[in-house]
Design a protein around this ligand. Structure first.
Ligand SMILES: Cc1ncc(COP(=O)(O)O)c(C=O)c1O
Length: 366
């Protein structure tokens, strides 16, 4: 059995550190915000080369609170990619704004900057690029467009903590960066969690107020807020894991390199890595002929795979009334039909990778 992800293998390597950090919080009796959350905010902000970090309940809330803090609301449009997790877009909808989808670069699977300009209208307020699978989107042209048109850029960096674009950490390039600490992420908690990073003090303060029921002072609400704090236990766990993140990301890159070598010559397309980026391989995703049959074949042999994502967002039933149809965004639709993510985690061994690739070879050799 080779699972698509093995969180037990990770815990086995850091068990004592994690258990001690949890115990410390239990003994402190302080479970909501407090020093562990503040410390993690400082550490993650510093890690992302940003001034401020605000811990929230999930990556979804990181996006929602950021968009809310930026004043995005009814009548506004926000440009994003359809080839992503639903939260990238439904947070735009939750603000009352309209997601406007533009197609992806078929090599990187990230939003195609060349397609953005044509989608800008006088209602456009922001662009939300996603750093999919751990590879940064092409941020320079996106930031240039934003500058020219007076738009905000909110990076959905949920899958890419530690990645760099032209030397800069993701999350530090736009007006704000949103991270998810969902357990499967490169920096994953043992439950939900998220963080907003920014260099804008006023924006950080607004997100901070929004996450605590809309008031800086308890029981004094200034704005319509949420209950969306990063859990203190999770912050303590993440503090331990953050120390290992660079090593884990390096290990993921080695796993990716090995896969690409082993898969050479097979009828699959291995991931393209842009020369401008430090890719952190949240996923190792190939394009495969007969994708669904291959996934089923691997499953029979105990090898886990995942499809991120089988239906692009513009074709989700949720967004039927936005007016898109099949053929609207062909690169995203083709990707949804062809992508397959292979087992990927820092602890994956070379022998396991050989087994995965041998099974893929057998499938195409039948
Ligand atoms: C690209 C992307 N955006 C947003 C999210 C939402 O994060 P969360 O699950 O922590 O709410 C995720 C992950 O789940 C994601 O992969």
């Amino acid at each position: 059995m080779i699972p698509v992800l093995d969180l037990k293998a990770q815990y086995a390597n850091i068990e004592q550190e994690i258990d001690a950090a949890i115990k410390e919080i239990l003994l402190s009796g302080q479970f909501i915000l407090g020093p562990a959350v503040r410390e993690l905010e400082e550490k993650v902000a510093a890690y992302c080369e940003c001034k401020y970090g605000v811990g929230v309940a999930s990556g979804t809330d990181a996006l929602r609170l950021t968009l809310t803090a930026l004043g995005i609301g009814p009548g506004d449009e926000v440009i994003t990619t359809p080839f992503t997790f639903i939260a990238t877009a439904n947070t735009i909808s939750h603000c009352g704004a309209r997601p406007v989808f533009v197609d992806i670069d078929p090599r990187t699977y990230n939003i195609d900057p060349a397609a953005i300009e044509a989608a800008i209208t006088e209602r456009t307020k922001a662009i939300v690029p996603v750093h999919l699978y751990g590879q940064p989107a092409d941020m320079d042209p996106i930031m240039e467009l934003a500058e020219v048109h007076g738009l905000y850029v909110v990076e959905d960096a949920a899958q890419a903590i530690g990645a760099r674009y032209k030397g800069r950490r993701v999350g530090s390039i736009g007006h704000a960066g949103c991270f998810s600490f969902y357990p499967t992420k490169n920096l994953g908690a043992y439950g939900d969690g998220g963080m907003v990073v920014t260099n804008d003090a006023a924006l950080a303060e607004k997100v901070d107020i929004l996450r605590r029921q809309g008031g800086k002072k308890k029981y004094h609400a200034e704005v319509l807020g949420f209950n969306s704090r990063l859990d203190t236990l999770q912050a303590a766990i993440l503090g331990v894991k953050l120390k290992h993140l660079d090593d884990w990301n390096e290990a993921r890159r080695r796993v990716a390199q090995r896969y690409s070598e082993l898969l050479d010559g097979l009828p699959v397309t291995t991931p393209y890595e842009s020369p401008d980026v430090y890719h952190v391989y949240h996923q190792y995703t190939i394009r495969a002929e007969q994708r669904d049959a291959l996934a089923a074949y691997l499953k029979e042999r105990g090898i886990g795979t995942m499809i991120y994502y089988p239906v692009p967002l513009h074709l989700q039933r949720l967004y039927a009334d936005l007016g898109y149809s099949e053929g609207s965004l062909p690169a995203s639709e083709a990707a949804s039909r062809e992508v397959l993510s292979l087992p990927m985690y820092p602890e994956l061994t070379e022998a396991q990778q050989q087994e995965v690739v041998q099974s893929i070879r057998e499938f195409y050799g039948r």
